[in-house]
Design a protein around this ligand. Structure first.
Ligand SMILES: Cc1cc2nc3c(=O)[nH]c(=O)nc-3n(C[C@H](O)[C@H](O)[C@H](O)COP(=O)(O)OP(=O)(O)OC[C@H]3O[C@@H](n4cnc5c(N)ncnc54)[C@H](O)[C@@H]3O)c2cc1C
Length: 573
């Protein structure tokens, strides 16, 4: 059943086996799995099917330096489906090395191993509609798949790995019907959890306070609570719940909100490949099941360990869109149309003040490249706008075999990088967030080391040459600040409560019936985008909860009020 929160009478107490707070990918995956295991689940979601400004404004807050990090109401969506309403759909698992203790990565080492998560990845992949769980080119594309660059062979840099793309699946739209028809699920839309209330001994959750923007207030008394509110909001809820513990829930050691990581990313250098265009796999390939896949370069795990490098990947990319010297009408068209593109996807097109001469050169590119521009528009319309499985991003045929490298690197965790509460409140009276994201010189040095290995290996192979301006690297990587949309580590997983918030079961150390689903629990960030792994962790958490609560399931949501006809059920649009 799907309910509208503002129609639930003030003072109502709702009960369920599990209350999941947040209906993004993590919360939806968890709810569906728990329901299939016979548990009653109340899924509280702040947003509704459509975006609305008042609800989105609940994500307002401040950042210490807007050049380094976007405001907290950007790069996350407070609506049913969460940020999957806008995500790019790039999927890949973490690597085994990400889970290990690495001497060169401070605070590294997960309390679980890659093999503990592996059984959950295929189902996570299926939920994201990314096809089979196979992330090697030979396995995914077949043994005859052409190499990334013909003639490039290296023991130190692998080109075998690939990423797969979701539709991209909007989890709210995709799974609404399944949630509605699951007998033991109540999805309540427009329901904002504003506080977690602890029992006096501070060891378990007593109730959750819920408010709507229409002024309704009610509470939830579940047997277990899971926060699936995203990497920033989870920390906010824990910190803002101060009735029993003034420092916030699970925050005895001042860890909640700290170790905040994003990814370090940017376009760097110039790679010239001495091969014909057909001998380079630059764009997307389709697997036999029709999934878009893309190759990438990665320094091998043993070389990372030997050289003390963080985990990172690089993809072949075209020249900077903002620089008209690329002579591409399509790229210039994108640059000129950037004001029509959402903040999240146009941020990297706003590179300094473009002069009148720059605009003129972009216009000239369009005028002198009409065929390519028209062909691109036709392709985009049919393969992206109108297609169910969308072509993932702008990729152009490269006429020159000159590329840049698009780097996506793990960020090293550090205590000082953090999110905290500020002294302003949102419309529901909850303190807003202040984001103080920091990076370190070690982050930049690690990317430099990675690029140096790649440059050496290209040189040694004789098929390519890679140059970049070493002194410009920090500027290139931080030109647009932290990579947006990946909010990691604010309730990190570990064995020691002095340096972590949850244990290997995603349970808040000090609170036996409180759990976290999502990228907040990542103790380290990997090279990989986060969603596939947070889905796998959510499925694993569902198993944990099912075995802890099984046999005692409250098969029906026990709430008198819910059976009253006054409640309006929300229709799926
Ligand atoms: C532009 C962009 C592109 C991206 N591209 C990729 C990509 O290609 N690959 C990838 O892996 N990841 C990508 N991401 C990241 C991806 O979207 C997130 O990892 C994913 O959405 C996280 O899922 P989640 O369920 O943990 O959190 P969210 O998606 O943030 O969902 C949290 C949910 O909780 C709700 N909520 C929040 N607070 C409350 C409250 N107090 N009470 C009730 N409900 C609440 C919200 O409304 C929301 O529905 C991208 C993100 C952005 C912004």
């Amino acid at each position: 059943m799907i309910l509208e929160a503002s129609t639930i009478p003030n003072g109502t107490v709702l009960r369920a086996d599990v209350c999941v707070v947040g209906g993004g990918p993590a919360g939806i995956a968890l709810t569906l799995t728990l329901a299939s295991r016979g548990l009653s689940v109340l899924l509280l979601e702040s947003g509704r099917f459509a975006a609305d400004k008042q609800t989105q404004a609940l994500y307002n807050g401040e950042v210490t330096d807007e050049r380094l990090h976007s405001p907290p109401d950007k790069y996350r969506y407070r609506r049913f489906g969460g940020s999957s309403a806008i995500w790019g759909g790039r999927c890949m698992p973490f690597d085994p090395i990400d889970f290990e203790v690495r001497r060169h990565v401070p605070f590294s080492g997960w309390p679980l191993a890659y093999d503990d998560l592996l059984p959950y990845y295929p189902a996570a992949n299926a939920l994201a509609e990314a096809g089979q769980f196979s992330y090697g080119a030979a396995q995914a594309l077949g043994p005859d798949a052409a190499p990334l660059i013909r003639g490039f062979e290296s023991d130190r840099v692998s080109t075998e790995g690939l990423e797969r793309f979701s539709c991209p699946t909007h989890f709210g739209q995709r799974y609404a019907h399944r949630l509605q028809s699951a007998a033991s699920v109540q999805l309540v839309l427009g329901a904002n959890c504003t506080a977690l209330q602890l029992h006096n001994d501070a060891q378990s959750i007593r109730a959750l306070q819920v408010s709507t923007l229409q002024g309704t207030r009610f509470s939830v008394v579940p047997r277990a609570t899971v926060l699936a509110t995203g990497g920033l909001e989870t920390a906010r809820l824990l910190l803002a719940s101060r009735d029993i513990s003034p420092e916030g829930v699970g925050n005895q050691h001042d860890v909640v909100g700290r170790y905040y990581m994003c990814h370090i990313a940017g376009n760097v250098g110039s790679l010239t490949i001495s091969r014909t265009l057909r001998q380079v796999r630059h764009g997307y390939e389709r697997s036999p099941e029709g999934i878009y896949c893309r190759r990438r370069l990665q320094v091998t795990a043993s070389e990372q360990q030997r050289l003390g490098l963080a985990n990172a990947v690089a993809r072949l990319h075209f020249a900077r869109i903002t620089d008209p010297s690329h002579q591409s009408g399509v790229l210039s068209g994108l640059f000129l149309a950037r004001k029509l593109i959402s903040y999240e996807y146009s941020k990297r097109l706003n590179d300094g003040d473009a002069t009148a001469a720059t605009y003129a050169r972009h216009l000239l590119n369009i005028a002198t490249d009409p065929l390519d521009t028209a062909a691109f528009l036709g392709h985009w319309l049919t393969q992206r706008t109108l297609a169910e499985r969308k072509f993932p991003s702008v990729i152009l045929h490269n006429r020159t075999n000159r590329f840049s490298l698009e780097v996506h690197s793990e960020q090293l965790p550090q205590v000082a990088s953090r999110v905290m509460l500020n002294d302003q409140c949102d419309a529901l009276g909850m303190p807003m967030l202040r984001v103080d994201w920091r990076y370190s010189q070690a982050d930049i040095d690690s990317v430099r080391g990675t690029l140096d290995v790649m440059a050496e290996e290209f040189e040694a192979s004789g098929v390519a040459k890679f140059d970049y301006q070493r002194e410009e690297l920090e500027h290139d990587l931080l030109r647009f600040g932290a990579y947006g949309g990946h909010h990691l580590g604010t309730a990190r997983m570990g064995c020691d409560p002095r340096t972590s918030v949850v244990n290997a079961d995603c349970q808040v150390h000090s609170v036996r019936n409180l759990f976290v689903a999502g990228s907040a629990v990542f103790p380290t960030s990997s090279q990989a985008n986060p969603t596939l792994t947070l889905l796998a962790l959510s499925l694993r958490l569902a198993d944990t909860l099912a075995s802890r609560l099984s046999g005692l399931a409250t098969l029906h949501l026990s709430t008198q009020a819910l059976s009253e006809p006054r409640h309006r059920t929300a229709a799926i649009p």
